[in-house]
Design a protein around this ligand. Sequence first.
Ligand SMILES: [Zn+2]
Length: 97
Amino acid sequence: MGQRRRAPEANVDKRAHAVIRVSLTALVTIYLLLSLATIFVLWLVGEWGRRRRERRALYYRLRCVICAFEFEDRTAALLPRCPRCGSLNERYRLEQI
Ligand SMILES: [Zn+2]
């Protein structure tokens, strides 16, 4: 009876050992994938924030289409007036540059 009990335990031990070896490989893979995913997400968030700051900074920056004078207009006007020649200018978006 003692032998019968031992046999299944040995089997369980072997299986547990096999499971541990597989899960170690899986753990390393999961760890690598998670760290890569974390780095990727952090990079995406950083890039998104940088682009948003750039777009905000460029939103007030204007170049006159008539005299090519660059000026800053922080008013909410849809068509800001050029301080040099007085012509109306459209605000351009970053994607159009
Ligand atoms: Zn102008």
